[in-house]
Design a protein around this ligand. Structure first.
Ligand SMILES: NC(=O)c1ccc[n+]([C@@H]2O[C@H](COP(=O)([O-])OP(=O)(O)OC[C@H]3O[C@@H](n4cnc5c(N)ncnc54)[C@H](OP(=O)(O)O)[C@@H]3O)[C@@H](O)[C@H]2O)c1
Length: 314
């Protein structure tokens, strides 16, 4: 198949690109800075010659969007919103205008669309969409708004010949440098991988190989449309996530951090505590119902596999 991946140069793009290329597909990446023959330039907003790559393709997987690992200042939140909504609209317009539109458009979304909660897991059917949770910083609602507007931009696109799926993905854990797992491992190795603010908040995650398998499953299953959660079936409290990661690497201690210590750390790393403190309890209702099986359903075993791959690849 010919597969086009707008925004395929970040953390997730190369994971998909490697796997799909190895499976024999022809993968083309849309980027603002093309650097190879498999990359085509676009600005994430306006039509251009890049739309020719989409016309005649089989699959589009749109990952474009400003990184969320930043301070959630008003300007950055606006950039996070605009880069997602505009690039989704641009992709939708390219598909709508194609003489031979792709069979399927997988649009990245996020598990962050669900409410901050501890009491029960969020699946697609019964989950609570966030934005109205009491007792959390007001700006957290904005990340939910970004996710909702992002999905709406895909829903609104008039692409009657193309199946549309929104990927409500949890954190994708891979051994690659610069990814989420690399960062958590770095903190652990420094002895800082302890509970943050008590560590009761849930972390939803998905092993990189299951993420790729889920994407392949959603491409193949031409009866699945709409939002799909991409998360392992067992989200874990943050303190458990870090304890099992420390055990997998062999780090004896992880200093606990209070909320204000997390604030300072996030400030120093130019990141935001929402990423650490929001309880993301998200489960793959639809994938399981449709018969998808996870190779790495449990964090402990997934962490051991990721640690092993880090140790053997560096
Ligand atoms: N990583 C995760 O665990 C995770 C989980 C859930 C959802 N997501 C979402 O999935 C998507 C991909 O994740 P990722 O971790 O690979 O993200 P990433 O590393 O931040 O990469 C996203 C890509 O988007 C492009 N981009 C950035 N700003 C843009 C703009 N203004 N206009 C057009 N393109 C722009 C960049 O490509 P160029 O600079 O080459 O143009 C960048 O490589 C993101 O939208 C992210 O929010 C990620």
């Amino acid at each position: 198949m010919k597969i086009v991946i707008p925004g395929g140069t970040g953390q997730i793009g190369p994971i998909l690109n490697r796997a799909l290329t190895a499976a024999g597909h022809d993968v083309v990446v849309l980027t603002r800075r093309p650097a190879s023959e498999h990359e085509i330039g676009w600005d994430g907003e306006t039509p251009g010659p890049w739309t020719e790559a989409i016309d005649g393709s089989d699959v589009v997987i749109n990952l474009a969007g400003r990184s969320v690992s930043c301070r959630y200042t008003p300007a950055n939140l606006q950039d996070m919103m605009d880069s997602r909504v505009r690039s989704t609209e641009a992709v939708g317009a390219a598909i709508a205008g194609a003489a031979k539109p792709p069979a399927v458009w997988l649009q990245m979304s996020t598990a962050t669309i669900y409410a901050h909660r501890y009491d029960a897991p969020n699946d697609e059917a019964t989950g609570i969409i966030g934005g109205n949770e009491p007792g959390v910083p007001g700006y957290w609602a904005y990340s939910v708004k970004i996710a909702k507007d992002w999905e709406r931009a895909q829903q609104r696109a008039e692409t009657p010949s193309t199946r549309k799926v929104a990927l409500r993905s949890a954190m994708v854990m891979s051994p690659d440098r610069g990814g989420v797992f690399d960062y958590l491992l770095w903190l652990s190795r420094l002895g800082l991988g302890g509970p943050v603010a008590g560590g009761g908040q849930y972390v939803s995650w998905i092993h990189d190989q299951d993420f790729v398998r889920a994407v392949e499953f959603l491409i193949a299953r031409d009866d699945i449309v709409g939002p799909v959660n991409l998360a392992a079936p067992a989200p874990v409290p943050q303190r458990t996530l870090m304890r099992e990661l420390r055990a997998a690497w062999g780090v004896p201690v992880g200093l606990p951090a209070t909320k204000w210590m997390a604030e300072l750390g996030a400030l120093a790393l130019r990141s935001d505590t929402e990423l650490l403190l929001k309880s993301r309890r998200v489960v793959p209702g639809r994938l399981l119902e449709e018969g998808f099986t996870f190779h790495h359903p449990r964090w402990q075993v997934a962490a051991e596999d990721l640690v092993h791959r880090v140790r053997t690849s560096r």
